[in-house]
Every structure is written in C-alpha cells, then in structure tokens.
Design a protein around this ligand. Structure first.
Ligand code: HEC
Ligand code: HEC
Ligand code: HEC
Ligand code: HEC
Length: 498
C-alpha cells in the first residue's frame, strides 16, 4: 500500500502536498484540543487558587461556598426558579393526582394517596418534604408518619448529622426529630469535597451497595462520578428493618426483575393495599438504574453531560449548576453533540415520552380496576387462598408501573427498556383481571362496575380519606412548626439563607 502511495506521489506531486496539508491541519486541530483541555484545567486551578475563604468539615451552608465559587453558586440558586414547562415535565409545581386520579386508588392505604406533586428544583427539597401531607403533622402528642430516613436525599445537613450522631442512629429517629437541624436544601456539600472540590460520595447507601456488589466506589472514573453523585439520591431504595436503614436493593442486579427478586426473597412489602389487600412495593425513583440501560449511558455519557452543561462566561468555562430539564437550553445540552435543529431534538424527546405515556395511561386504568375487582371479591367473602395468584399479579404489575413512572426521565433516558417494563405491567394487570373475573363469577358477581374515581377528590373520598381534616391540620402545622424549626436553626447559626 505504501509503495503504491509513493508511486502515485512520484507521478503526481500534488497528491503529496494534499497529504502534507491534511496532516498539518490535523496536527493543528489536535493542538487546539490539547490547549483547550489544559486551558480548562488551568481555569479550574486558578479558581481554586482564588479561594477567598477556607471551607472545612461538612459545611451545609452553600452561601459560604458561594463566596469562593460565585458562578456555580449563582446558577445553583436558580434551581429555585419555576418558569419552565416542557410538554410533560419542567420545574413548575404540579399536582399529579389531580391529573391522574387513578393513582389515588393505586396507592390506597399509603401516604402517597394523600398528596403527590411533580418534582421541582433542588432548592425546594426541604420545603416540599415538609409541606407534603405525606409527612403528617408530628409534635404535640401526634406521632411521626415517617422515619428520619426521609430526610436522606434532601440536604447536606444529612451527612453532617450522620457524622454527629452515627448512621444507624440517624435513620431510626422519627422524622421530626431533626426538623431544626435539616434546613439547608441540596447543596455543595452533597457532591463536593471542600478541600479539592473533587466530586465525592456523601451518602452511605450508595457506598454500601457498591461494597455488597464487590465494587469499590473510590475507583470510579471522573466521568462515572458525574453520574454517581446523582445516584446518591436518584435511585431505587428501601427502609430496611426496624432501624429503617436506607438500603439499595442492588445485590442481585439493577434491573426491574433483579430488584423485584431481591424484595420477594426478603418477603418485603412497603404496605398492604387497603382495597385489594395486596402486599405492595413502592418504587422510588430509579433514574440512575434505568439510565444505564439506554443509548446515551452505553456511549459513555453521564447525567451532568445533559443536566449540568458547560457554559462560557468571559473566557471562563464552568458547569451550569441549575440542574433541570435539558430542554430549557438545547443549544448548550443536546446540540453540543448533535447536529440537528432544536425542534427536531425536542421532538425526539416528546415522541419517546408520548409513546410511553400511551401505555402508562392504559396501565393506570386497568390496574386500578384490578384493585377494585379484588376489593369486590373480598367484600363478597372470598377465601384468602383463592386470591393468591391475582394478588401476586397485582404486586408485579404495580411494581413495574411505578418503576417506569417514578423515574421521571426514563422514557427518554432508555425508551426501549421503559416500553418493555410498561408492557409487562399492562400484561400482568390484564392477567390479574382475568383471574379476578373468574373469582367474581364464582361468587355470583356478574355485573361488576367501576365506582366514580374521575377526579382526585372523588377517588380520595372513595378510598376513605378525610381530606378536609388532613389539609386544615397540615396548614395549621405549616404555619407554626416550620417557622419555629427555622428560627431555632438560624439562632444556632445553622441556616443563613434568606
Ligand atoms: C441529595 C440528593 C440529591 C442529589 C445528590 C441529586 N438530586 Fe436531583 N433531586 C433530588 C430531589 C429530592 C428532587 C426533588 C426536589 C423537589 O421536588 O422539591 C430532585 C429533583 C431533580 C430534578 C427535577 C428538577 C426540576 O426542575 O423539575 C432533576 C432534573 C434532578 N434532580 C437531576 C439531578 C442530577 C442530574 C443530579 C446529579 C448531578 C442530581 N439530581 C443530584 C435529590 C437529589
Ligand atoms: C448534585 C451534585 C452537585 C451539587 C449539589 C453541586 N455541584 Fe458543583 N459540580 C458537580 C458536577 C457533576 C461538576 C462537574 C465536575 C466534573 O466535570 O468533573 C461540578 C463542578 C463544580 C466545580 C468545578 C468547576 C466547574 O464548574 O466545572 C466547582 C467549583 C463547583 N462544582 C462548585 C459548586 C458549588 C459552589 C456548589 C454549591 C453552590 C456546587 N458545586 C454544588 C456537582 C454538584
Ligand atoms: C442525553 C441527555 C441526558 C442524560 C445523559 C441524562 N438525562 Fe435526565 N433527562 C433528559 C431529558 C431530555 C429529560 C426530559 C426533560 C423534559 O421532558 O423536559 C430528562 C429528565 C430527567 C428527570 C426528570 C425531570 C423532571 O422535571 O421531572 C430527572 C430526574 C433526570 N432526567 C435525571 C437524570 C439522571 C439522574 C441522569 C443520570 C443517571 C440523567 N438524567 C441523564 C436528558 C438526559
Ligand atoms: C455528550 C454528547 C451527547 C449529548 C449532550 C446528547 N447526545 Fe444524544 N447521542 C449521543 C451519542 C454518542 C448517541 C449514539 C449515536 C450513535 O450511536 O449513532 C446519541 C443518540 C441519540 C439519539 C438516538 C438514539 C436513542 O436511542 O435515543 C437521540 C434521539 C438523541 N441522542 C437525542 C438527544 C437529545 C434530545 C439530547 C439532549 C437532551 C442529546 N441527545 C444529548 C451523544 C449525545
């Protein structure tokens, strides 16, 4: 081959010049690339050299870190914004049960049936967990509904408290125990080592899950860390045993089936459904696990590539810390890799989402019906042994539905996997109905009809919730308890934000 090339160059010298020019251009471009990498390193190095104050220990006060890193801090502050709506997601407050009242039936007997809103930015984490009806109105002789474990993914005060009181001791306290301690929303100390500013893992659940899988998280590459910091919270987990120890069910694998097998082996249930009496599983938000099965993860992307894109400002490049929908700013997210129009890129996302939602809506309708058919069978005095198969199908169907739906970005992160999970959920919902149809028939029920659950209020009344009472008790509690917690934290210098 080289002989042939040499011959051609001898015959037509111009070919030699063409090759020479191409090589020179390539060398020049490589040089530029190397320069830009060193330049970025240098920028970050000077950033560190410009430290104004020394941050030590676990400092949950992000405003103090902000003195050293104003760009990251100012973009982080913007996670408070509520001004963007994409077709299905965005950062605006949204009452999900209002739009999809079947979910009230799916969660009957569980706190989620009271109240469930779409996620907002990280700055709202403390406010939202305190304001939701799911945390009740503890204090003054009223018991907590939740353990302290519920704070785990809301605040850098969590690693601080774990350090002070011990990990097991932290989880097993009632939630309200730390009301005046856990006050700062998700911030710098959740993801960064203050000395080096390297990404770091602050949540024991993730470190322990890696250990049980025989992996060492300290060996993760910098690119993997750009996802693993998110995987501290955006994952599936449960509260294990009486100590409510936060545990990831990853020991046998991270797919929907592997985690179900883990829970089945442990004979674990989050609650017993109040209508169908099924031992249920509640999926949390397995964003990380589902993401790993999609095209982008397989090509080596991390969460930060789309949710924390680089921005350039006066010659300085930094990561945008306004973590939110990448569709807000397609030119700095998708378009750094894809040569396609904004409209096309946005529409790829919507197309995947719309197709998944077609199946999701079918599941919610059919699965809520299965729960109510089971309730009817119980009402007619069915013997327990006859219900076993149907209830197992309901448990499996709902685990799959919740897994796909509670991971809010799943239908884009891994569209094929998400459709697969939803298809299995619909399949099991229909099989449960077939089972229950036979049972109802044997009990002489030939005219099963659905109750009216066409609005959130109607569905909540149907499952027996007194929402007026719950709402007014909570409103009163929000007015008195939360300001008292914040005041105490402020007086002790633990909370300095406005
Ligand atoms: C300490 C736990 C924690 C960590 C770490 C964390 N998140 Fe979150 N994230 C949350 C919680 C909690 C919410 C919901 C907050 C609310 O609704 O009040 C949330 C919300 C979000 C949202 C929705 C925002 C919106 O505008 O609707 C996105 C997107 C998101 N996180 C992505 C990420 C990414 C990407 C990372 C890693 C770079 C990450 N998160 C790290 C806990 C965490
Ligand atoms: C949810 C996790 C998370 C939180 C919270 C967070 N960061 Fe970051 N930060 C990241 C990631 C991911 C990167 C990119 C690191 C990389 O590419 O190696 C980063 C990068 C940085 C860098 C390096 C320069 C740059 O911009 O790329 C600085 C400095 C920084 N963050 C400061 C802060 C400060 C200050 C806060 C609090 C106001 C904060 N971060 C909160 C995840 C987080
Ligand atoms: C290739 C780009 C890309 C990567 C990489 C990526 N995401 Fe997303 N993510 C998206 C898009 C697009 C959406 C849908 C946004 C919309 O519909 O407005 C989304 C949605 C989300 C949501 C729901 C936001 C909401 O408002 O409810 C969360 C949470 C989320 N992603 C977390 C993550 C986590 C955690 C990772 C890493 C494990 C990750 N994402 C990796 C592109 C990405
Ligand atoms: C850091 C680079 C990078 C970013 C940022 C990125 N992508 Fe990709 N994307 C890829 C790569 C690499 C592939 C795989 C391409 C291939 O194998 O042909 C891919 C594949 C795709 C595909 C087709 C495959 C599939 O299964 O989804 C779509 C659609 C897509 N990306 C949309 C988006 C959208 C929308 C965004 C912004 C929210 C985005 N990408 C952000 C690198 C990126």
């Amino acid at each position: 081959m080289f002989n042939k090339l040499a011959d051609s160059i001898r015959q037509k010298p111009v070919i030699g010049w063409v090759i020479f020019t191409v090589v020179m251009v390539a060398v020049f471009l490589l040089g530029l690339l190397a320069a830009s990498i060193t330049e970025r390193r240098a920028e970050i190095a000077t950033l560190h050299a410009n430290k104004v104050i020394e941050i030590t220990g676990i400092n949950p006060k992000s405003d103090e870190w902000g003195i050293n890193y104003p760009r990251e801090y100012n973009t982080w502050l913007k996670t408070k914004e509520m001004n963007f709506k994409s077709k299905h997601l965005g950062n605006m407050p949204e009452d999900v049960l209002e739009g999809r009242p079947e979910m009230v039936v799916l969660w009957a007997g569980y706190a989620f049936a009271r109240d469930y809103s779409a996620p907002r930015g990280h700055m709202h984490a403390i406010e939202d967990v305190s304001h939701t009806l799911r945390t009740g109105t503890p204090g003054d002789g009223i018991n907590d509904m939740q353990p302290a474990t519920c704070w785990t993914c809301k605040s850098p005060d969590v690693p601080r408290m774990m350090h002070e009181v011990g990990i097991t001791e932290f989880y097993k306290q009632p939630w309200s125990e730390f009301g005046a301690e856990i006050v700062n929303p998700i911030g710098c100390a959740d993801c960064h080592d203050p000395k080096t500013m390297h990404l770091t893992i602050t949540r024991p659940g993730l470190i322990e899950a890696f250990q049980r899988q025989g992996r060492d998280i300290t060996q993760a590459t910098p690119q993997e860390m750009r996802s693993l910091v998110c995987a501290q919270c955006h994952v599936e987990y449960y509260f294990k045993g009486d100590d409510k120890y936060l545990t990831f069910p990853w020991d046998g694998g991270m797919t929907v089936e592997a985690m179900e097998a883990y829970y089945d082996n442990a004979e674990y249930a989050d609650w017993t459904h109040s209508l169908s009496r099924t031992p249920m599983l509640k999926a949390q938000h397995p964003d990380y696990e589902i993401f790993l099965l999609g095209t982008h993860a397989k090509r080596g992307l991390s969460c930060a590539d789309c949710h924390m894109p680089y921005v350039s400002e006066g010659g300085i490049k930094y990561s945008n810390h306004q973590i939110m929908s990448p569709l807000k700013n397609i030119s700095s997210t998708c378009q750094t890799c894809h040569r396609d129009t904004e409209d096309n890129l946005r529409n790829y996302v919507y197309e995947y989402q719309d197709k998944a939602l077609e199946i999701r809506d079918r599941v919610e309708k059919e699965l809520s019906k299965a729960h109510i058919m089971a309730k009817t069978a119980w009402d007619k005095g069915v013997v327990e042994t006859k219900m076993k198969d149907a209830l197992k199908l309901i448990r499996q169907a709902q685990w799959r539905w919740d897994f796909a739906v509670a991971s809010h970005g799943a239908s884009f992160h891994a569209p094929v996997e998400t459709q697969r999970i939803l298809a299995h959920s619909l399949d099991r919902s229909m099989l449960a109905q077939l089972e229950l149809q036979k049972i109802l028939f044997s009990l002489g029920v030939t005219d099963f009809t659905m109750p009216d659950i066409s609005s959130k209020a109607k569905a909540q009344e149907y499952i027996g919730l007194d929402m007026k009472k719950l709402r007014s008790e909570k409103d009163q509690w929000i007015k008195t308890t939360i300001p008292a917690w914040l005041e105490k934290a402020r007086a002790e210098g633990k909370y300095t934000m406005n």
